[in-house]
Write a protein that binds this ligand. Structure first.
Ligand SMILES: [Zn+2]
Ligand SMILES: [Zn+2]
Length: 214
């Protein structure tokens, strides 16, 4: 069993998530984009043992507090896929682009590949490589709770931007149709921004995927 908590961070209201394995009380931080004090306060209140940081992709609003939290808890950083490296190398430029404070480039301790498992306590998440918004974007699916953390791949009624360097709209739609839409309709979709949705709801009504907008 898992419990997932949401901490909105940065001016972009990025949904940093805290996954807690109920059996072991171990926790992972997913996409700590900023506001490290807010994230630490939540983890302290939960009284969990923080085990790792997991990243969906290398955009600054998803990774900005990673190194501070890594040092604070002395934990590894896992993901995304290695095709994302140029976004990590470009963190100083991203800070300028997004109007954030300067951030040194860093790399995760471990890259992930499609089909791999990432554990939080005794719970396993399956990794899907879903390029398009960024080339190394990954999502994390947990089949027992039936939840998928999708970062900026899919939103309620929308999909991720593809106008960044190495973004690819066709690739993004393929990632969604060939990977996310193979999951059960009732799967909860937790996006990097905005409200939660379900796979079935987006299959039925997402205008960017139903063909209504060419
Ligand atoms: Zn993004
Ligand atoms: Zn984002």
């Amino acid at each position: 069993m898992i419990e997932i908590y949401t901490v909105p961070v940065t001016p972009f209201l990025q949904n940093c998530r805290i996954i807690v394995c109920k059996a072991s009380n171990q926790a992972a931080i997913v996409d700590p984009g900023g506001d490290k004090e807010k994230i630490i306060a939540k983890l302290t209140a939960l009284e969990v043992k923080v085990e790792k940081i997991i990243l969906t992709h290398g955009h600054l609003d998803h990774v900005g507090a990673t190194m501070d939290l890594k040092q604070h808890y002395n934990i590894p950083v896992v993901g995304p896929h290695r095709d994302e490296q140029f976004w990590f190398d470009a963190l100083p430029e991203q800070a300028k682009m997004f109007g954030f404070n300067y951030l040194d480039p860093f790399l995760p301790d471990e890259w992930l590949v499609d089909g791999e498992q990432v554990t939080v306590g005794s719970v396993s998440f399956k990794v899907f490589h879903c390029p398009g918004h960024t080339p190394g974007h990954v999502v994390f699916y947990e089949p027992n709770t039936n939840v998928v953390l999708v970062g900026d791949v899919l939103f309620k009624g929308s999909i991720g931007r593809t106008d960044f360097p190495r973004g690819d709209a066709n690739q993004l739609v393929s990632s969604i149709k060939q990977k996310l839409f193979t999951l059960p309709d009732e799967t909860s979709v937790l996006s990097g921004h905005g409200d939660n949705t379900t796979i079935g709801h987006e299959k039925a009504s997402n205008p960017f995927l139903s063909g209504r907008f060419g």
